[in-house]
Design a protein around this ligand. Structure first.
Ligand SMILES: Cc1ncc(COP(=O)(O)O)c(C=O)c1O
Length: 403
């Protein structure tokens, strides 16, 4: 059996940079929360009962019947041209005006983040992000030995006004990483003022901006704000994904950037996987061309809006009043902040005893330096009934803890 062979010291053989690669707290947690008796608010998972399975079935059938030989063949690294054309047109409604040549199709935004790290980050290179920030970005860029220079986050999103102080302290940011809409984990949206301010700062200090926008389409109230890409197309790299609007299992996303950078990303992607699956791109294109994406997003907005409201109402009803939380206008997450007495990493054990799970806030901080009194709750993956029950159970445990 392979499990019984001698361990020849794999760790000592690895490149030194791999020391900073850790398995993500979330992925480990997700294993625990797979238990059917646990109500999990931990993952960032879409609601599987709304996956457009029939539509995928029809699209697969159609693509294989009509263009099977193309669908099962190698294809250009840049991506399937008709899908890129669709995306260029699709994004224009948000004021992102680009040509298909400005788009690279990738296997999930996560791959986009990794490729950008591969191109831009040198050992100890400064990456500006908010604290908290997206865990997957920390994971991807830790592998390239990034030095995360973080700034605060408040109700208006990332406090971009703190960026000049980082530069003044002697750092040269490789880029600024921004989650403009319905931040993961904090749920906040970067205000229009802050977007403009960020662009001014970036122009003044000649900075590159990475705008990671997986949730922009999932807005439940209010008006869309201006994409940063629109404000500064010369220095912004925009990423979006089908993970939250169609299905994450298809691993399909796209990067928008100036053409010289797309060329370099193409080279980086060739080294990683040659290209994103041809069949999956053609199937997604078929779904998009038939108008299903638009209808489906409309439906998801309705479902997630109701789930968000249920979670907010349940917290209001069942949790101690000293706990504060964001009211996100979209996305998938709430970010409750606890009194000092509750360490959310320790409290997780209590919550799991009550058969509820969440992600402790520290997981979203570079070097785990903070977030000990905050937690991320996901509201898209549980029914309204489960949300009520899970929030109630957590409320009981929180009250006991604070008593
Ligand atoms: C902010 C952010 N960026 C990127 C990703 C990765 O998305 P994808 O499934 O497209 O790799 C996620 C997924 O949760 C995310 O929240």
């Amino acid at each position: 059996m392979i499990t019984e062979v001698e361990n020849i010291g794999w760790e000592d053989r690895m490149a030194s940079r791999t020391q900073r690669m850790k398995s993500s707290v979330i992925r480990e947690l997700l294993k625990l929360t797979m238990r059917p008796d646990i109500i999990s608010f931990a993952g960032g998972l879409p609601a599987p009962e709304f996956f457009p399975i029939r539509e995928f079935d029809e699209a697969c059938h159609h693509v294989l019947q009509t263009e099977g030989q193309v669908a099962l063949q190698y294809s250009p690294t840049e991506g399937y041209p008709p899908l890129k054309e669709f995306l260029a047109e699709y994004m224009s409604k948000y004021g992102i005006l680009v040509e298909p040549e400005n788009i690279l199709i990738v296997c999930g935004s996560q791959q986009g983040l990794d490729l950008l790290g591969k191109l831009f980050i040198e050992k100890d290179g400064c990456v500006v992000c908010s604290r908290p920030t997206y865990l997957g970005a920390l994971q991807a860029w830790n592998a390239y030995e990034a030095n995360f220079c973080s700034v605060d986050l408040d109700d208006q999103g990332m406090v971009v006004e703190q960026i000049p102080a980082i530069i003044k302290a002697g750092h040269t940011p490789r880029f600024v990483y921004v989650l403009p809409n319905f931040h993961n984990p904090a749920g906040t949206t970067l205000s229009e003022d802050r977007r403009n301010r960020l662009v001014e700062i970036a122009r003044e200090h000649d900075l590159v901006i990475i705008e990671d926008d997986p949730y922009g389409e999932l807005r439940y109230e209010g008006e869309d704000l201006t994409p940063i890409f629109r404000l500064a197309p010369e220095r912004t790299i925009y990423l979006s994904t089908f993970s939250k609007t169609l299905a994450p299992g298809i691993r399909l996303a796209w990067v928008v950037a100036p053409k010289p950078l797309i060329q370099r990303l193409v080279q980086a992607k060739q080294g990683a996987d040659l290209h994103t699956g041809t069949l999956v791109q053609m199937v997604a294109n078929d779904i998009c061309q038939r108008g299903i994406l638009k209808q489906h997003v409309k439906r998801l907005r309705k479902v997630y809006h109701a789930r968000r409201d249920t979670m907010l109402d349940a917290i209001e009803e069942h949790w101690p009043a000293e706990i504060s939380y964001t009211r996100p206008a979209g996305g998938l997450f709430l970010w409750p902040r606890m009194p000092e007495a509750i360490d959310t990493e320790e409290f997780l054990e209590r919550a799991v005893e009550e058969k509820v799970a969440y992600v402790p806030g520290f997981a979203f901080y570079p070097q785990g330096a903070g977030g000990h009194h905050a937690m991320r709750l996901n509201f898209s993956n549980a029914s309204e009934e489960m949300i009520n029950e899970g929030v109630y159970r957590m409320g009981v445990a929180l009250k006991r803890e604070l008593a």
